[in-house]
Design a protein around this ligand. Structure first.
Ligand code: COA
Length: 201
């Protein structure tokens, strides 16, 4: 599924660029703002996310927050954008939250432009990021929280090997009413087992 995953850093350890067969993943920068806004502002993308509207100022704030932010900085969301190799367009984003209380645990979240969904691109990007987090950064556990009604997101995390650890019923106020969420997680040892099973096939 994943093709090539290549890691390279520039400016010392501060940035990272990852490659899959169809995508380049790199830190969001100022000239990505318009592309990010174009899909994040769509109701299909915002439906299960914290925002309802996503305007130009929101997009600018998102990319500005990334300037000079080093990957693996505790208590920050590091925002990668997914760039399609063929079109060279930004078609999605994948965020990594490096936890402050336990630096070997990382939360992930992902958005893909609706026109690009249904092609395995989110799974391809996530698999590559997992290889990086476990393989290069030596992380212990990666987790994701999804709205329990967000079937595409749950399917994605299951597809790449996450376990469902929790189902919280009506526990969070979300857009005016109580919502339910799933907690997904993947441990380094589970990732290693699945990687060796795949390579042994
Ligand atoms: C969550 C989200 C990123 C999933 O995107 P996605 O494109 O469905 O995910 P995948 O990359 O795993 O693609 C899976 C689909 O591609 C299909 N597919 C086509 N070619 C494929 C390939 N080469 N490899 C794998 N899957 C492929 C699969 O069959 C599957 O289709 P299905 O949904 O009809 O069963 C997307 O729905 C999204 O951006 N939602 C809005 C934002 C959001 O809610 N994010 C979640 C927050 S955590």
């Amino acid at each position: 599924m994943v093709g090539v995953s290549r890691y390279s850093s520039s400016m010392g350890i501060s940035t990272v660029e990852l490659e899959t067969e169809r995508l380049t993943l790199r830190q969001a920068r100022a000239d990505d703002a318009a592309a990010i806004q174009s899909y994040r502002s769509l109701p299909e993308v915002s439906k299960f996310q914290s925002w309802t509207t996503f305007d130009a100022a929101d997009a600018t704030r998102l990319v500005d927050d990334q300037s000079d932010l080093a990957i693996d900085t505790p208590n920050f969301w590091y925002q990668l954008v997914l760039v399609a190799k063929v079109s060279r367009s930004v078609i999605g984003d994948l965020a990594l939250h490096f936890r402050e209380d336990d630096h070997r645990q990382v939360e992930v979240g992902i958005n893909l432009a609706p026109t690009e969904q249904g092609n395995g691109l989110a799974a391809e990007a996530l698999q590559c990021v997992l290889n990086y987090l476990f393989g290069e950064l030596g992380k212990h556990r990666v987790l994701a929280i999804t709205d329990a009604a967000n079937e595409n997101a749950a399917a994605l995390f299951r597809r790449v090997g996450f376990r469902q650890e929790g189902h919280f019923l009506d526990h969070v106020l979300f857009k005016g009413s109580y919502g339910s969420e799933y907690l997904f997680a993947l441990l380094a040892r589970e990732w290693q087992t699945s990687a060796s099973e795949t390579s042994g096939r």
